[in-house]
Design a protein around this ligand. Structure first.
Ligand SMILES: Cc1cc2nc3c(=O)[nH]c(=O)nc-3n(C[C@H](O)[C@H](O)[C@H](O)COP(=O)(O)OP(=O)(O)OC[C@H]3O[C@@H](n4cnc5c(N)ncnc54)[C@H](O)[C@@H]3O)c2cc1C
Length: 394
């Protein structure tokens, strides 16, 4: 520190956060370039059609679908922070639906195969998923059970070397396009939390039925399915992890899903903030840029502070995760806080845009609609609060 530094302080830190290296920066740059040049130009069109499957193939080719998976399975052998970089930079595709569809594949459906899968399952599902040749989805939620995961009814009954599965799942992202599903079932309804089992099921299995495509408030570029299973026969070798331990396996999966979701919220809020800042400096009212009214300036100050607080929570929690901790309380806090602030920021950005904010053309209303899901998906705000509260023995 010199006298000059004291007289003229930096009003923003220029250094990257200590969890990131030069390699992360290079990765950041290449994902951002890919998102801006190959994805963003189609964002509007994909709101109508959903994004095409070539996105997975292309991302597989570029190595973006297996950033932290071992090289022996076709991954890049990176650390957990590379997944954060993907979550942060893919927002430059300007498509919340695409971001979600990709995250379901990379950070929700495939991590349990990597951690709990047999070698054969890794070769059959993880390797092609990393290449973008097979698309994954994850089936937890049912029409009668969402927050209450233990209340699911999809039943798997053993019959020799096979299981016969009956039931249904709803709101399944990638459900229409997926080649396989990581499916949560009940194998022993009398065993409480020890009565759940995960399966990997090929979606061309007889009895796997894709019901309607669900219409949504936002995330229009993603496909969301209602699925049914009618006497679907699945070989016992497709059990993922330990029979009877599926509940614990899926609770572990949800932690990674929530943390990546939180990182996406922070990045989405930041992008919306920047776009709105540009607008506030250009838009004139009463003879000056609207950004120079104190009221508007303070809105930006509030937004920036919220974004930064959520970012620090995500990075610190990711650091714990990378270093072998499994911090359910902190992950729940990061997920809760980041989802809330993302919606608040998007809402305030609409306000700063005035009437333009309400118009599709400016894209901020879409950010709000897309972000709104985060307070519901992967565990609602209320469930996060409950997990946090219970972690104090309450
Ligand atoms: C677009 C979209 C994509 C999705 N993608 C997937 C996917 O790919 N795979 C998947 O499995 N699921 C997916 N989901 C499902 C999502 O995770 C659930 O919607 C979510 O967990 C909430 O469950 P629910 O909708 O059944 O709400 P409910 O559980 O019915 O909750 C309704 C309300 O009651 C509150 N509530 C419930 N229990 C409690 C409690 N104990 N204490 C206090 N409040 C409570 C909730 O917080 C909420 O406000 C997706 C959902 C959407 C909308």
């Amino acid at each position: 520190m010199t006298t000059a530094d004291v007289l003229k302080p930096d009003y923003s830190s220029k250094r990257k956060h200590f969890i990131f290296t030069e390699e992360h920066d290079q990765l950041r740059e290449s994902i951002r370039r890919f998102a801006q040049t190959e994805l963003a130009p189609h964002a509007e069109e994909w709101e109508e059609t959903t994004f095409p499957n070539w996105v997975f193939e292309r991302m597989g080719e570029l190595g973006f679908l297996g950033l932290s998976y071992p090289e022996e399975y076709g991954g890049q052998g990176g650390d957990y922070y590379s997944n954060l970089v993907l979550a942060e930079e893919i927002v430059h595709a300007n498509s919340g639906g695409l971001t979600m569809g990709v995250a379901v594949h990379t950070d929700m459906a495939t991590p349990p195969i990597h951690l709990f899968g047999t070698e054969d399952q890794k070769q059959r599902y993880l390797v092609p998923a990393i290449k973008g040749q097979k698309i994954a989805c994850l089936g937890i939620t049912e029409p009668d059970a969402g927050s209450d995961v233990a209340g699911i009814r999809t039943r798997a009954v053993r019959d020799g070397d096979e299981f016969v599965i009956n039931g249904s799942k709803t709101y399944i992202t990638n459900g229409h396009r997926a080649d396989f599903i990581v499916l949560v079932t009940k194998t022993d309804p009398d065993a409480g939390y020890d009565g759940f089992t995960l399966f990997i099921v090929d979606t061309d299995t007889p009895g796997f039925i894709r019901e309607k495509r669900l219409e949504k408030l936002g995330m229009h570029a993603s496909d969301t399915a209602l699925l049914a299973f009618d006497d679907m026969r699945v070989p016992a070798e497709n059990i993922l992890g330990q029979e009877g331990k599926g509940f614990y396996h899926i609770m572990w999966e949800l932690q990674g899903e929530r943390l990546i979701g939180a990182a996406g919220c922070v990045a989405g809020a930041q992008k919306c903030f920047e776009k709105t800042l540009e607008y506030a400096l250009e838009r004139k009212a009463f003879g000056r840029s609207i950004g120079h009214f104190q009221v508007i300036r303070h809105k930006f100050a509030e937004m920036a502070t919220k974004i930064e607080s959520a970012r620090q929570m995500v990075y610190t929690t990711a650091w714990r995760f990378q270093n072998g901790e499994y911090p359910v309380r902190e992950i729940s806090m990061a997920k809760l806080h980041a989802s809330r602030i993302a919606v608040e920021v998007a809402d305030e950005c609409i306000q700063v845009h005035g009437g333009a904010g309400y118009m599709k053309e400016y894209g901020v209303e879409r950010v709000w609609r897309d972000m709104r899901l985060n307070r519901i998906g992967a565990g609602t705000d209320e469930i996060m609060l409950d997990v946090i509260g219970r972690s104090y023995g309450l």
